[in-house]
Design a protein around this ligand. Structure first.
Ligand code: SF4
Length: 392
């Protein structure tokens, strides 16, 4: 497997759609329950379009003319919007930025807001990748998560996407769920394989502050599989999916050949991106900033032409270097020390000698033929292992 290319030439765009029809028990994303016909939804679409144009006008030409390697509509639930609203945002982007013939254009999709007309409109507008939030092919688990779709509806969303012409589809699945055991987890994985998805993202349930799950757990009312059971599910996924021909290319992601998610690769390569929409994050020229989170405030500020920034940080050399390693080592191909040297002008083996030594002693990292790479053991403890590279 070739080592990743840690260039920082690529530019991506993220569009945040901050609405859902219902709130899932585990979710802490910046999203609000609305009716699709609420005025605020249309106002948000208009604000995102104006945000794109206003932001581009303020960028130096050299930045504005950089071709977009990927565009990703996330949320919330992007398919909460109508096909024509999604098309309007994408058209505004196309009229404002430079696209490549093969720019990856993805949207997250929820099974309950998926229909053939919407998917066909999206394909026509140029969307070429879908990421469907399935989470589990089991109705009891879906109810426990407060998801508002059934396993059958998730399968039907996949079929509709195929009929509309999508040939690059990701399914999100979760493990470590309440009442989930190994046979249930294997059943979900096998169902995803039967549906011949091109890509799978697998997430362990995490208890985020302020969620219903966190409150239930704190009150002793939520039983979850223990850490060993959760790790066993993760390891089983690696076995099942690699045997089925999927490349395990990132800690949580698996793809058939040629279907790695280019948008997420931009993040893992620590490359640059612009975010539009309430709460969206941008990273450009060594600065990372976040937009106004509340849709009402976001809309008003766009209308008034005000600065949308609510948080901003300029990343120093040590942080950028540490984050690049931390993100890049999530990739199973590892990081080329030579590419790091070219990008940062330092020898990572000398610069991080003690961190690398510590991780190697624990058996979590290898350094061979100019490639730093997590071992299988390091992969299982990736979050803990990778924090080593962040400045204290
Ligand atoms: S659909 Fe997704 S974004 Fe919306 S509440 Fe559920 S997990 Fe959160």
């Amino acid at each position: 497997m070739p080592a990743q290319e840690l260039t920082h030439r690529n530019l991506a765009v993220y569009i945040h759609i901050p609405f859902c029809t219902k709130h899932c028990a585990y979710c802490d994303f910046n999203t609000y329950v609305e009716h699709w016909q609420s005025r605020i939804v249309e106002e948000t679409v208009e604000a995102i379009c104006n945000d794109i144009v206003q932001t581009a006008q303020a960028l130096p030409e050299s930045q504005r003319n950089r071709p977009l390697v990927s565009v990703f509509f996330g949320g919330g639930t992007p398919t909460f919007l109508s096909g024509s609203q999604l098309t309007r945002i994408l058209t505004t982007l196309r009229n404002t930025f430079t696209f490549l013939p093969d720019t990856e254009i993805s949207s997250e999709a929820n099974p309950t807001s998926s229909d053939s007309e919407k998917f066909e409109q999206m394909r026509e507008a140029g969307f070429n990748r879908l990421s469907i939030g399935v989470q589990a092919f089991d109705d009891r688990l879906l109810v426990a998560l407060d998801r508002f779709h059934t396993a059958g509806e998730a399968e039907s969303a996949m079929r509709l996407a195929r009929s509309a012409g999508f040939t690059n589809i990701n399914l999100d699945l979760m493990f470590g769920l309440p009442k989930q055991n190994m046979p249930l987890w294997e059943a979900s994985l096998n169902r995803a394989l039967e549906l011949e998805t091109e890509h799978l993202s697998l997430y362990a349930l995490t208890l985020e502050a302020g969620t219903r799950f966190e409150r239930l757990y704190a009150g002793g009312k939520l039983e979850l599989p223990d850490e060993d059971a959760e790790l066993a599910m993760y390891e089983r996924s690696i076995e099942v999916l690699t045997q089925a021909g999927y490349e395990h290319y990132e800690v949580s992601n698996f793809a058939l050949r040629g279907h790695q998610c280019r948008h997420n690769l931009v993040y893992w390569h620590n490359e640059e991106y612009l975010g539009f929409g309430a709460g969206a994050v941008s990273y450009l020229d060594g600065r990372r900033w976040k937009r106004e989170r509340l849709p009402q405030h976001y809309i008003q500020k766009v209308r008034d032409g005000e600065d949308l920034t609510v948080e901003s940080e300029t990343l120093d050399f040590a942080t950028t270097l540490g984050e690049t390693l931390m993100l890049g080592l999530r990739l199973r191909a590892g990081i080329s020390t030579q590419i790091l040297q070219e990008r940062f002008g330092i020898d990572p083996l000398t610069h991080f000698a003690s961190e690398i030594q510590r991780l190697q002693t624990r058996g979590w990292l290898t350094s061979e033929s100019g490639i730093l790479r997590l071992t299988h053991q390091g992969l299982l403890l990736a979050n803990e292992a990778l924090c080593e590279f962040l400045p204290t």
